[in-house]
Design a protein around this ligand. Structure first.
Ligand code: HEC
Length: 111
């Protein structure tokens, strides 16, 4: 009788374990957050073209000609983040990553 009880416990244990694995599989798969690289060109065309123009040299409402900018990346990030005179501050509008990406894109506009 004792032996039977042992078998019963054992089979229950096996059953219990066996019953757990499907649950495990039903767990929502950890969707690895893709570190998507921000497309600086897209951000530029969405937010900056209105003043700076597609090629950075349109200069609407006194916008600086970006192709002639002598600022460093960090200084540009500062201008884009906090604005300067008539240029809109993009802090709160664009994430840091987007600001960095768009500034890097403006570097490519230089001739
Ligand atoms: C509302 C119009 C406007 C928009 C939109 C705008 N800018 Fe500007 N931007 C300006 C003006 C005007 C200046 C010159 C500011 C000054 O006279 O101090 C300027 C200056 C700059 C400068 C400094 C250049 C230098 O060498 O001094 C950078 C860099 C720049 N803008 C980048 C951007 C980027 C990137 C975006 C898009 C995220 C953007 N701007 C959107 C109007 C704008």
């Amino acid at each position: 009788m004792r032996f039977l009880a042992f078998i019963a416990i054992l089979s229950f244990a096996v059953f219990a374990c066996g019953g757990e694995s499907p649950k495990e599989q039903n767990k929502p798969k950890k969707t690895a957050k893709k570190k998507k690289k921000v497309d600086g060109e897209k951000v530029y065309k969405q937010y900056c073209v209105t003043c700076h123009g597609v090629y950075g040299d349109m200069g609407a409402s006194g916008a600086f000609n970006l192709t002639e900018s002598k600022l460093t990346i960090d200084e540009k990030i500062n201008v884009v983040t906090n604005g300067r005179n008539t240029m809109t501050p993009f802090k709160g509008l664009l994430s840091e990553a987007k600001i960095k990406a768009v500034v890097e894109y403006t570097e490519k506009l230089k001739k």
